[in-house]
Design a protein around this ligand. Structure first.
Ligand SMILES: [Zn+2]
Length: 497
């Protein structure tokens, strides 16, 4: 017997629509049930959402995503049209369409994981743009926060051996932990191995953490290379003058770094030097694939096997062999003239989505900014009128100023992200047009970035690299050329042939 499609139904009306004629949940449900029975689709669950102006979150939408995640045999979502399912830019990222058919009933379109249809192509492009927008927004916000680092303050956690004062800004030496750090540097500067230093610290009674008396070799290696201990603040390879006191002398730090060079262990080498490090995981055990240099010049990759014994740990593959496989992966991405119109359409539609999303976000942030400024003014007046005491005033004002800072950072991030959005569209087209020639000219770290952009789930087994193409690039892959030779996993798009 043929297996019937099992589906969920999602219907939604916005608060605006409810005021108008002709929009109702019932009408959508009728349409969708009618469609289901004509197509012999079993509806297993209905999710309906009638938004009110007050309640903006989409609870049923989230519920549906949870339901789909849990259920094994539901493979389709029925909706009236695209904007029912994706109200928000962000939703594109949440709905995993590599697993479900999405039936856009009124638009008479089915987006399936199997067929690279026109609709799916446009859709894939929108997914990528939405995802990039949100990633960029996060990145820009982070950048804004990190401007604070340039002023010499630690963001978040301070290094082991320091602590933050109550004002959360001033960093001082933690006299309980600092001796551990000083002793570690001394011992390592004497030329002892990490293993030896680690054990000697313990023997001499230096306790790393209450729960872990001994420090691990990896943690020790990192600690001994942390230049922040001399009173500077290193952020993204730039060194700023720190606002915290030095815990050790520059001289001692330098001596310890010399020991690292003598040790000559590839273990603590910066991954940035290796083109494909951090890109792949082991197909057997899921651990990271790392690289090391053999005989001073040959680069080999292998499984780190950190989760226990993995057979792959002893299997080394040369960088050249990996490079060749990724080269082929990129080579297979190409843009045919007939696709250009789809891309233009996708960009146009995505632009409209983005506009709505960021306008909404800006309005919310500005409202919050206004509210906070008003509060700050009000409490300041009350303070000068002697209506409240100093302690209460200080507490409030510092919290609200912090919140205000965060909002201003977010507003600026939004502004910068919007500027980037246009570049993103161009980047996608450029990448599609000349993926290979762009790729081949790059330095290793840029190559890795581009691979991350085009591929995901890269794994290594023996000498074989496997990967998935990201949306929408999966639609532009010349499948014949790459399938023959390499293990390409066709999880999110499959040619119908
Ligand atoms: Zn492994």
């Amino acid at each position: 017997m043929e297996q019937r499609t099992k589906a969920v139904i999602y219907a939604r009306v916005s608060s605006e629509e409810q005021k108008k004629e002709g929009y109702s949940i019932e009408a959508q449900l009728d349409l969708l049930h009618d469609y289901a029975s004509k197509k012999n689709i079993d509806v297993v669950m209905e999710f309906t959402e009638a938004e009110t102006a007050k309640q903006t979150g989409r609870h049923k939408f989230a519920e549906m995503l949870m339901f789909l995640k849990k259920s094994k045999d539901v493979n389709a979502i029925l909706v009236e049209k695209t904007d029912r399912l994706y109200r928000n830019f962000r939703d594109y990222v949440d709905v995993d369409d590599s697993k479900f058919e999405i039936h856009l009933v009124k638009e008479n379109e089915i987006i399936t994981p199997d067929s690279p249809s026109h609709a799916k192509l446009v859709h894939g492009l929108k997914v990528l743009l939405a995802k990039n927008f949100i990633d960029n927004l996060r990145e820009e916000t982070q950048k804004g926060r990190l401007k604070k680092a340039e002023q010499g303050y630690f963001i978040g956690q301070v290094p082991y051996g320091y602590k933050k004062l109550g004002d959360k800004k001033t960093t001082i030496i933690d006299e309980e932990k600092a001796p551990f750090v000083r002793r570690a540097f001394e011992l390592y500067a004497e030329g002892k191995s990490l293993e030896r230093v680690k054990n000697q610290l313990y023997e001499e009674g230096f306790i790393y953490q209450p729960a872990h008396h001994k420090i691990s070799k990896g943690q020790l290696g990192k600690l001994l290379q942390n230049i922040n201990y001399v009173g500077v603040l290193k952020f993204k390879d730039v060194i700023y003058e720190g606002k915290h006191p030095p815990l050790i002398e520059q001289d001692l730090f330098d001596k310890a770094q010399l020991s690292f060079r003598k040790d000559n262990k590839p273990l603590y080498r910066d991954n940035h030097d290796f083109a494909f490090a951090g890109l792949m995981t082991c197909a057997e055990c899921g651990c990271a694939i790392t690289a090391e240099i053999k005989k001073d010049k040959y680069i080999y990759y292998h499984c780190t096997g950190g989760k226990g014994k993995c057979e792959q740990k002893s299997k080394y593959i040369s960088e050249e062999k990996i490079e060749k496989q990724f080269d082929e992966a990129i080579k297979a991405v190409s843009l045919a003239q007939k696709h250009i119109d789809y891309i233009k359409q996708g960009l146009k539609e995505s632009l409209a989505d983005k506009k709505e999303f960021s306008e909404q976000m800006r309005t919310n942030l500005q409202a919050e900014e206004k509210r906070l400024r008003h509060r700050i003014d009000k409490i300041t007046n009350e303070y000068y009128d002697d209506l409240i005491d100093t302690k209460f005033y200080n507490e409030r004002i510092s919290k609200w100023n912090k919140d205000l800072d965060e909002i201003l950072i977010k507003l600026e991030a939004l502004h910068n992200t919007e500027k980037k959005y246009y570049e993103e569209g161009i980047k996608i087209i450029e990448t599609l047009k000349n993926a290979y020639s762009l790729y081949i000219r790059q330095i290793p770290s840029e190559k890795r970035k581009m691979l991350n952009y085009l591929l995901s789930n890269c794994t290594l087994k023996g000498k074989k690299v496997s990967y998935d193409y990201n949306l929408p690039f999966s639609y532009f892959v010349n499948f014949d050329s790459c399938r023959k030779k390499y293990a390409w996993r066709d999880s999110n798009a499959r040619p119908t042939a």
